[in-house]
Design a binder for this molecule. Structure first.
Ligand code: C2E
Ligand code: CA
Ligand code: CA
Length: 672
């Protein structure tokens, strides 16, 4: 064998007696397992020592039978306490390594001490006592190896330090029984050491696989945490999302039911967000939503009296769950806090004001018995706020409940109504502002319900939209309106209202086109009125429908201008012929400078774009005068005529013709 080979074998052999420092996890596991066995190890060692010492009291000198074992046991007990102290402290890798190394090297003198003591005692006893020593040494080493299984180097040191001298010593006695015991011991120790090697390898594998299992579990946990976050968080605002909101609501509702406490659901909808999106673009819109989310979070988290969960439900809608027995005034206070923050300016390209929010709340147990119903009620109070008190907070009340009930009644009766018998048409003149001549009629639907009496179209048209009957209704009304218009003079136009559902689906517009074609009325005599809300429903589809109607020769009017999103981009992007200014601006045109200004700028805009401006709801001569001065082209309103039944139209037109005919002959006479 070469020197180098010998050297490497020796190094490998030396490694067996050292504590391996390259695997901290294994070291830690060894430390834990080993420290647990220490008390057992010393219990075996000390009891066996005591037994040997006791049998040699009478025969051996006192220093050997008592003093030396007492000293050895004192060292053992000291080690035992040292280990007990170490075991219960949290350790760094370095500390653990140090402890194991100390153990490694203190084992050697301790084992050697006990072995030397045994050999020293041997000559004093009779054959029985000598047999006891041989047995004591062999059995104690086996017991110790078992207890030290987890720290191979220590077990090997004990084996070598005790068993090598043991075998040599008892062989040297020449006594056949003792030689046989030495051989037995050698074989058993050999087997033990083999098991020791196998076990320590398996232990290392076990530790490694436990580590990889833990790493795997940690990775799985991290992945599921990330999934949970993604599934429950709105990616734009980083607020909890709709899914999280409903989970939170279900939990809170269960708690409120158990504790008999109140619980509120709130829905926030931004007012004035659409124009920001349209005018500044989506990325600015997104930034505004993030900022709004931040402000809502701030308002809710700082709301000291109650715990408020918040979420983004989608678009510009946010949700609240208010726990902890809130009363009405708490909800109003929270609504105010949120609205105050949302109204603060936003730093876009320039500071932007004008964003506000409407909030609808509903309270358990007053308004609903299930979480879903509570949400529906909050949704209704939001709808109510948007329609009647924009920018304010509304709490669902018994009046709202009555409204919903009547909505339900209207829907049910509408489902079974006979359009032919119960629906009727009213016609309202649209008059040229300068000449005061009727240029056309807007047709307005009327429903005489046998059960409810007259129902306003403001109630039954939205109901027909909700229950999916609007397209059938529109077709029935258009057929009858065209039949009426066919009897009128050629220069009298017909204005017909379309709903979102009519213009935002292909099944809505195509039947209308064939109805027009079959009617015998020239498409150029028709105007279709659409609202901004209807256009916003699905802008691309609406644009297509409008283009189709325009291509036939029909005119398009933008209805209720000023009440919807008032986004001027609609005016720019659609091929409009007329804009109808909502009557809310007309009512106070002479009293309110703001309304006056708005109409003035609208007529200016219409003139620039060569679009005619129609003003609805004109009731007095003063209003008419102002509007005429402001440059409005057409007027509609009770001042000229209320909506009239079809039979009254021909009389109305004849009267007008007579009036103008009279005026004309009077002018002619004056001229002659
Ligand atoms: P709109 O299209 O804005 O119709 C004008 C409404 O103002 C009509 O109410 C009309 O009667 C009323 N009005 C006209 N002049 C005056 C006035 O001087 N003062 C006041 N205070 N009111 C005036 P109406 O008939 O109750 O219709 C309400 C709404 O129902 C309509 O608003 C329209 O949006 C919808 N609607 C009516 N008929 C139809 C229809 O056939 N189809 C569709 N899709 N919607 C319809
Ligand atoms: Ca209209
Ligand atoms: Ca209108």
């Amino acid at each position: 064998m070469s020197i180098a080979k010998l050297k490497s074998h020796l190094a490998a052999a030396a490694r067996l007696f050292r504590v391996p420092a390259d695997n901290p996890d294994l070291m830690r596991a060894q430390f834990d397992a080993f420290s647990k066995q220490i008390p057992l190890l010393y219990a075996i060692l000390l009891t066996n020592t005591f037994a040997v010492s006791y049998t040699h009291l009478a025969v051996a000198p006192i220093w050997l039978s008592v003093v030396v074992p007492a000293l050895l046991c004192a060292v053992g007990i000291a080690r035992l306490f040292w280990w007990q102290r170490k075991r219960h402290r949290v350790h760094s890798d370095a500390e653990i390594l140090h402890s194991l190394r100390v153990t490694n090297w203190t084992t050697l003198p301790i084992a050697a001490g006990f072995a030397a003591w045994s050999f020293a005692l041997y000559p004093y006893g009779d054959s029985f006592a000598q047999g006891q020593i041989a047995f004591f040494m062999a059995v104690t080493v086996i017991g110790c190896i078992f207890c030290m299984m987890h720290l191979r180097s220590v077990a090997l040191i004990v084996t070598i330090v005790v068993d090598v001298p043991y075998v040599l010593y008892f062989f040297a006695t020449g006594e056949p029984t003792l030689k046989a015991i030495a051989v037995n011991n050698l074989l058993v120790t050999g087997a033990m050491v083999t098991v020791l090697f196998i076990y320590s390898r398996d232990f290392a594998d076990l530790v490694a696989s436990r580590k990889s299992l833990m790493a795997q579990q940690a990775a799985t946990q991290a992945l599921s945490d990330a999934n949970f976050r993604l599934a429950n968080l709105d990616s734009l605002t980083e607020l909890p999302n709709r899914r999280r909101f409903f989970a939170e609501l279900a939990d809170a509702f269960g708690d409120a039911q158990r504790n008999g406490s109140r619980l509120a659901v709130g829905i926030i909808d931004l007012d004035g967000f659409k124009p920001i999106n349209d005018n500044y673009g989506h990325s600015i819109g997104d930034r505004v939503l993030i900022e709004v989310g931040r402000r809502i979070r701030e308002a809710c988290e700082g709301f000291a009296t109650h715990r408020v969960a918040f979420a983004r439900l989608g678009g510009d809608e946010f949700g609240l769950v208010v726990c902890g027995d809130p009363a009405d005034q708490d909800l109003l206070a929270l609504g105010q806090r949120i609205a105050d923050r949302i109204r603060l300016p936003y730093q876009l390209d320039t500071a932007h004001n004008g964003l506000s929010c409407s909030i609808g709340f509903a309270l358990y147990p007053r308004s609903a018995t299930s979480a879903e119903a509570l949400y529906e009620c909050a949704d209704y109070s939001l709808y109510h706020a948007k329609r009647h008190v924009r920018g304010q907070t509304v709490i669902f009340s018994s009046e709202h409940e009555a409204e919903i009930r009547s909505r339900g009644v209207i829907e049910n009766l509408l489902r079974t109504s006979d359009f032919g018998a119960e629906m009727d048409l009213a016609f309202q003149p649209i008059v040229d502002a300068t000449s005061e001549r009727t240029t056309g009629f807007e047709v307005l639907a009327r429903w005489h319900s046998p059960r409810l009496g007259m129902v306003s179209p403001a109630d039954f048209i939205p109901a027909a939209e909700r229950i999916g009957l609007i397209r059938q209704l529109t077709q029935a009304l258009l057929i009858r309106a065209l039949a009426a218009a066919r009897a009128w003079p050629d220069d009298i136009r017909l204005s017909f209202n379309l709903s979102a559902h009519d213009i935002c689906s292909p099944d809505g517009i195509l039947p209308l086109i064939s109805i027009i074609e079959r009617s015998g009325v020239a498409p150029r005599r028709l105007d279709f009125e659409i609202t901004e809300t209807a256009v916003a429903f699905d802008f691309r589809r609406a644009e297509e429908s409008i283009a189709t109607l325009k291509a036939m020769g029909c005119g398009i009017s933008l209805d209720d201008f000023g009440t919807g999103y008032s986004s001027l981009s609609h005016v720019h992007r659609l091929p409009l012929d007329k804009i109808k200014v909502d009557r809310s601006f007309v009512a106070d045109v002479n009293a309110n400078p703001v309304s006056h200004k708005i109409i003035k700028s609208l007529t200016g805009l219409c003139a620039d774009m060569e679009i005619a401006c129609v003003v609805e709801g004109v009731e007095t001569h003063d209003q008419l005068d102002s509007l005429r001065r402001l440059g409005c082209d057409y007027i509609q309103g009770y001042y000229f005529a209320k909506p009239m039944p079809v039979a009254a139209v021909s009389d109305y037109l004849a009267r007008e013709r007579r009036r103008f005919g009279g005026e004309m002959s009077a002018t002619a006479a004056a001229g002659a």
